[in-house]
Design a protein. Structure first.
Lengths: 178, 501
């Protein structure tokens, strides 16, 4: 098969006829994950706001710049929470026969695709908040290093487990074909 | 190799290893304690200095005994196609490295190794951190035997997957005659040394002196920074003269250091092709040997700078699949070679590449605006404010980064190209020089597309293509082209039957 492919097949590839990755039907993440995003962003932002106001209030010599600065930081922190929560609507994943795609980002959009025959291993993880809301994170590792790992948060544990089994089975199959 | 060593027997390293283990400990101790030693030398206070010296001697004697015991407790052997190492003075550790996981077996010899006629063997594995192995010193022929066993095993695994090789390692095959691709003459070396990046060396020296100043400040209370500040803020005639003299001296010193460093590192560099792998041997005092199997090569890069262009030389890097977390440089570096050697290497690794016809795509001009803003406008404003407040004439000159950024940004945009071929992907660039980076599409691991609101308004997208040995990133590409490239790369990778390494 391999040999024949290399020697004789040289069909022209119709670029417009290639499987389209851009307009896949994305499966959204669990709705409860939106809440998790709001909560985790709020915890972080709250810490930022408290620290900023603590400095502004305890250092009178900074007046009025301390208040202005703390005000700006508060606005930034609140918009961070809103951005993080709203970004939920732009997250999703799609599985095709031969690869998996994950899309995220509201203003700064990103889309990652990993072919199954390049997957090294997968793992499932649960953070503290995830456990509270019954969610799991699936990470798919390739040999391309950290920047190429594909991480899907906000999955139900058994969906995540099923996904993992499916990906590993597809990976094994594609490697056996080689 | 007349008498074959039986590697199934647990065996020690060469007795000469004791010397090297000891030196290793010394080096670690000295590296840790050099500021203290410096203080003892410069500032020998009565009594106190004696105690410190006694402690230092104690440490040295203990490490001597320790390294002797460590040597006698260190065994290595082969078992079930695994390389095993048993070691540990107080706590026994056993490390098993399956041959399958071994990526490369490299030899390294520094001056001491050369003197004692032994090599250190470095075994690199594809795995988690800390699983790589180093044998400090074994005799060259024993090391070569060991390497041949590992390579022969890997070779046989590749050909006969079904046949299980049990305990018996296959007999090493007759090696192909190695082909010498490049051998650097002293003249080449001088050319390379002259055309290296001197600004980088200057920065390193500068950083080193800053670090030294910091240490001296902490240990002896010499206020180096304060003194420096005094000389620089007082814009006296003397200060001006000092600066005018210091700059050429500084440049001269960094020039000499680069030259010496180049000679030390690349002296007698030889670039070989040995059957299915490439090998680079170089170094004056420390002979380094690095090799890469052809199938593991992921990225090839060749670069030239304006200075290098005058001599017609290129620097070539060959990157292999590596564990990125290890943060180790596992690439083959050929610091200087001519066009014909670049071509020859490319022809051996990727035979179809040089005849290939590419479609070429450039970066959208709006990237210049972003670059000028980030690297020109913002720094210029900051420098301007600094000059305004300090009232420093010289500091106003720094705002020249703004026009410089416009010029360099334009050059960058004009020279950046993404070239696509059914089998290859090439990224070209370089502001004053030129650089090319080549990957084979079937070796790609994953593809990312990213876009900012600004990019989307202009219908642009950034394309990132990752392999196991490096990536090609190309921002500000037309959206349709980026998407088509992504779809095509995925199609090729998913269709491909060949293993990526």
């Amino acid at each position: 098969m391999n040999q024949i492919n290399e020697l004789f097949s040289n069909n022209q590839v119709d670029l417009t006829g290639l499987p389209d990755t851009e307009h896949l039907n994305m499966i959204p993440l669990e709705p409860v994950y939106k809440k998790v995003r709001y909560i985790s962003a709020s915890i972080f932002s709250l810490g930022m706001i408290v620290a900023a106001w603590a400095i502004a209030l305890t250092q009178p010599e900074l007046y009025p710049f301390g208040y202005i600065g703390a005000g700006f930081i508060s606005i930034f922190a609140i918009s961070l929470v809103l951005y993080n929560g709203h970004a939920y609507h732009f997250m999703g994943y799609a599985i095709r026969e031969k690869d998996i795609t994950y899309k995220s980002g509201w203003l700064w959009k990103s889309m990652v695709t990993v072919p199954f025959n390049r997957v090294q291993h997968c793992d499932l993880r649960q953070g503290l908040l995830d456990r509270r809301f019954g969610l799991s994170k699936l990470t798919i590792y390739t040999a391309g290093g950290q920047s190429t790992d594909l991480m899907i948060p906000g999955l139900l544990p058994d969906t995540a487990e099923k996904l993992k089994t499916f990906i590993l089975a597809s990976t094994e199959q594609s490697i056996e074909n080689e | 190799m007349d008498a074959h060593t039986n590697f199934h027997q647990p065996q020690r390293q060469s007795p000469k290893a004791v010397v090297l283990i000891l030196l290793k400990y010394f080096r670690i101790i000295i590296r840790q304690m050099w500021p203290i030693l410096l203080v003892i030398l410069i500032n020998p206070t009565k009594g106190k200095g004696f105690i410190i010296t006694a402690v230092a001697f104690g440490v040295i004697i203990i490490s001597l005994i320790y390294s002797l015991i460590a040597y006698t407790k260190y065994y290595f052997f082969i078992q079930n196609n695994e390389l095993c190492v048993r070691s540990g003075v107080f706590r026994k550790t056993v490390l098993n490295v399956p041959f399958d996981r071994i990526q490369s077996v490299d030899f390294k010899r520094n001056l001491v190794h050369q003197f004692l006629n032994v090599v250190s063997v470095q075994i690199d594995t594809a795995g988690s951190k800390g699983s790589e192995l180093e044998l400090d010193a074994i005799e060259l022929d024993r090391a070569e035997e060991l390497r041949n066993i590992v390579l022969a095993y890997k070779h046989s695994r590749r050909n006969i997957v079904t046949e299980t090789t049990d305990n018996i390692p296959p007999i090493p095959e007759a090696k192909e005659v190695p082909e010498l691709i490049l051998s650097l003459s002293p003249r080449d070396l001088i050319k390379i040394g002259i055309s290296e990046n001197h600004i980088r060396t200057a920065a390193i020296i500068f950083a080193f002196f800053l670090g030294l100043a910091d240490d001296l400040d902490q240990l002896l209370g010499w206020d180096v920074y304060g003194q420096l500040e005094d000389t620089t803020t007082a814009m006296s005639l003397f200060g001006l003269f000092a600066t005018i003299i210091a700059i050429p001296v500084f440049i001269g010193v960094s020039f000499m250091i680069t030259l010496i460093r180049t000679v030390l590192r690349y002296y007698g560099l030889k670039f070989w092709r040995e059957g299915k792998s490439f090998k680079v041997v170089s170094g004056l005092f420390t002979r380094n040997e690095k090799s890469i199997q052809k199938s593991k090569i992921q990225v090839i890069r060749w670069v030239t700078s304006p200075l290098k262009k005058i001599f017609g030389i290129y620097q070539m890097n060959i990157y292999q699949a590596t564990n990125v977390d290890q943060n180790q440089d596992k690439s083959l570096v050929i610091p200087g070679c001519y066009q014909e050697q670049v071509d020859h290497t490319l022809d051996t690794i990727v035979p179809q590449f040089r005849g290939a016809v590419f479609t070429s795509h450039s970066m959208h001009p709006s990237i210049v605006r972003l670059m000028v803003f980030l690297f020109g406008f913002i720094p210029a404003v900051l420098f301007g404010l600094m000059a305004w407040f300090n009232d420093g004439m010289m500091q106003w000159l720094l705002t020249l980064v703004f026009p410089l950024a416009i010029w360099m940004g334009k050059l960058y945009q004009q020279k950046r190209r993404l070239k696509i071929h059914p089998d290859f992907l090439v990224s070209e660039g370089g502001i004053f020089g030129s650089s090319s980076k080549l990957i084979e599409i079937y070796k790609v691991q994953s593809v990312h597309l990213e876009s900012s609101p600004m990019q989307r308004r202009r219908g642009l997208t950034s394309l990132y293509v990752y392999t196991a040995g490096g990536d090609i990133s190309f921002p500000y590409l037309q959206k349709e082209i980026a998407q088509q490239a992504r779809d095509y790369i995925l199609y090729r990778v998913e269709l491909e039957q060949k293993s990526w390494m």
